[in-house]
Write a protein that binds this ligand. Structure first.
Ligand SMILES: [Zn+2]
Length: 198
């Protein structure tokens, strides 16, 4: 699993670098090259989720006010905090690594709020799906003593595109990657089916 953890850490760093470049890099070609690097980490159908690669508001030659406002906007962001990783066996994709992170906003507690699923596609690791914690059942899959219809009992809502993940298979390995996770975050991880977090 170390290989996929290293891949995912690199993805988070590249994702944040691209976001910084979107607001601060005055050389458009350098920014575009960075976007290409970031896109190579993810399934082609979910590149739209990389907000550092969206060009709206930037244009070809942004006015000075863009850079001033950009630095201000950027102060509200951080690299997503990486919390934990789970290795499971997927019926269609084979070995799947799921990474749990926080949001990229500095104002929110770490989470976990998001899940990124990584597997090998044609010999190369890729982020193949992207999900958010179900805000109705908060990952339990049940609501008011019944099946949570918002996430179909999965606890996580997958953004459109990428590989269809569905329910995660049996846990093969569980790694805690944040040392000072709060009780609420730990409770979420404990609901994921791992008997022990290493
Ligand atoms: Zn739900």
């Amino acid at each position: 699993m170390n290989e996929s953890i290293a891949f995912f850490r690199e993805f988070l760093a590249v994702e944040y670098t691209t976001l910084v470049a979107r607001f601060c890099e005055r050389d458009m070609f350098k920014w575009i090259a960075g976007c290409k690097t970031a896109r190579a980490f993810v399934h082609p159908e979910i590149v739209g989720l990389l907000k550092g690669t969206t060009s709206s508001g930037r244009g070809l030659t942004p006015p000075e006010s863009y850079w001033e406002k950009g630095a201000e906007t950027l102060a509200g962001y951080r690299e997503r905090p990486l919390i934990a990783a789970l290795r499971t066996e997927h019926p269609k994709l084979g070995e799947l690594s799921s990474f749990f992170t926080g949001f990229d906003s500095v104002q929110l507690e770490p989470g976990p709020h998001l899940r990124f699923d990584v597997c090998s596609i044609e010999g190369a690791l890729k982020v193949v799906a992207w999900s958010a914690q179900c805000s109705t059942c908060r990952t339990s899959g049940t609501y008011q003593d019944g099946h949570c219809s918002d996430c179909d009992g999965l606890g996580w809502c997958q953004y459109p595109g990428g590989e269809a993940i569905g329910a995660l298979g049996p846990v093969l390995e569980a790694r805690l990657l944040m040392t000072d996770l709060d009780d609420r975050g730990m409770a979420t991880l404990n609901g994921l089916g791992a008997s022990v977090w290493l």
